[in-house]
Ligand binder design. Structure first.
Ligand code: MG
Ligand code: MG
Ligand code: MG
Length: 306
C-alpha cells in the first residue's frame, strides 16, 4: 500500500500543521496509509494548539524524491513546498490559495475553494466521506480556522468558515471566543525570537512578473514593541534580499486587536509598496490601515502594481 506524505507550506502556520494532521486522520479513516509532516519550525500559536489538544509535533521533512507520493495541504506553489517537489508524485492538493506555477505529470485530486482556511475544506471532505471527527481533531481544525481568519475578523473569512468553526467548537467542546483569544495571544509572544527567526516565523516567497518577493508577517498586540528591534530586523531582511536575489521584502507587523499592519519594506522595488497603498515609506516603513491578509490584501494588490 502506498504511503502518502502530507505537508503544508514552509514556515508552517497553524493551518498547515492542523491540515496535515487532519488529512492523516482522514486517510487512515479511509484505510489508507499516510503520515503528517512539517517543513519547518512550528510557531508559538501552533504549539499552544497542539499542546491543548494533545498532539505531538509532526516530524520534520527535509526533502522529497521521485519515489514519494505526496499530499499538499494549505499551499500549491513549488517555491513554498518541500525541496524536490518537482520530482515527487503529487496525488492530492487541498488548498485555499492562488494556483501558481503548478503542474503535475499525472492526474490528481485537487480541491480548492476561496475560503478562509484549508481546514474548512477538510471539514467538507469529512462530510462527503462520512467521517466523524474526534474532539481532538475537531479542536485542532478549529484552531486553524481561528488562526487563518484572526477569529473571523480577516477579510478572507467567509460565512462557511464561521459555520464550520461553530460545528467544530461543538465537537471540541470549547468556547470559540475564550479559546480563540488565548490561541491568538499565544502567537503574539515573540520574545524568544532573534531578528532572523522573527522574519521567518510566517514567511512566503512569491514570484510576480519575474520579481522575487518575500512577504513575512508577525502577529502582535503592540506594533511599537516589535519596532524596538527595527534595525536588527532590517539587517536580517537585507541579508535575505542579498542571499535570495529578492526585488522586494515586505515585513508586516500585524496588530490583531485593531486589524492594521505596519510594513517594513526593503529592496529595489519598494516603489511597488508606495504605489499599491498610496503611502510614502519613511525610514523604510509605513502604516497600512486595515491590512491584515497577505493573500487578499497584499499579493493581489502588489501584483497589479508591479
Ligand atoms: Mg498557511
Ligand atoms: Mg491556510
Ligand atoms: Mg497565514
Amino acid at each position: 500500500m502506498e504511503k502518502f506524505l502530507i505537508f503544508g507550506h514552509k514556515s508552517p502556520d497553524t493551518d498547515s500543521i492542523a491540515s496535515s494532521i487532519a488529512m492523516e486522520y482522514i486517510k487512515k479513516q479511509m484505510n489508507e496509509d499516510a503520515k503528517a509532516y512539517r517543513l519547518g519550525e512550528i510557531n508559538n500559536e501552533t504549539k499552544y494548539a497542539l499542546d491543548y489538544f494533545k498532539f505531538n509535533v509532526p516530524e520534520l521533512l527535509e526533502n522529497v524524491t521521485s519515489d514519494d507520493h505526496v499530499i499538499l495541504v494549505d499551499h500549491n506553489e513549488f517555491t513554498q513546498s518541500a525541496n524536490g517537489i518537482e520530482e515527487a508524485c503529487i496525488d492530492m492538493v487541498i488548498d485555499h490559495h492562488r494556483i501558481y506555477n503548478f503542474q503535475t505529470s499525472a492526474p490528481l485530486f485537487y480541491m480548492a475553494e476561496p475560503v478562509g482556511c484549508t481546514c474548512t475544506i477538510l471539514y467538507e471532505l469529512c462530510i462527503m466521506n462520512n467521517i466523524t471527527l474526534t474532539r481532538e481533531i475537531a479542536g485542532l481544525m478549529l484552531s486553524a480556522i481561528i488562526s487563518d481568519t484572526l477569529l473571523f475578523k480577516s477579510p478572507t473569512c467567509t460565512v462557511k468558515d464561521e459555520k464550520v468553526a461553530n460545528e467544530l467548537a461543538k465537537i471540541a467542546n470549547v468556547d470559540i471566543n475564550t479559546y480563540g483569544l488565548e490561541l491568538l495571544k499565544a502567537g503574539t509572544d515573540l520574545s524568544s525570537y532573534s531578528a532572523k527567526e522573527l522574519i521567518n516565523i510566517d514567511s512566503k516567497l512569491v514570484s510576480i512578473n519575474n520579481v522575487n518577493i518575500q512577504i513575512a508577517q508577525v502577529n502582535t498586540v503592540d506594533i511599537n514593541d516589535v519596532l524596538k528591534n527595527k534595525s536588527e530586523i532590517e539587517d536580517a531582511m537585507n541579508l535575505e534580499i542579498k542571499n535570495n536575489n529578492l526585488g522586494l521584502f515586505m515585513f508586516l507587523i500585524t496588530d490583531i486587536l485593531n486589524c492594521n499592519s505596519q510594513v517594513i519594506a526593503l529592496g529595489n522595488r519598494c516603489d511597488v509598496v508606495e504605489k499599491s497603498y498610496n503611502v510614502t515609506l519613511e525610514n523604510n516603513s509605513a502604516f497600512l490601515e486595515g491590512v491584515v491578509s497577505r493573500k487578499k490584501q497584499v499579493i493581489p494588490i502588489i501584483s497589479e502594481n508591479i
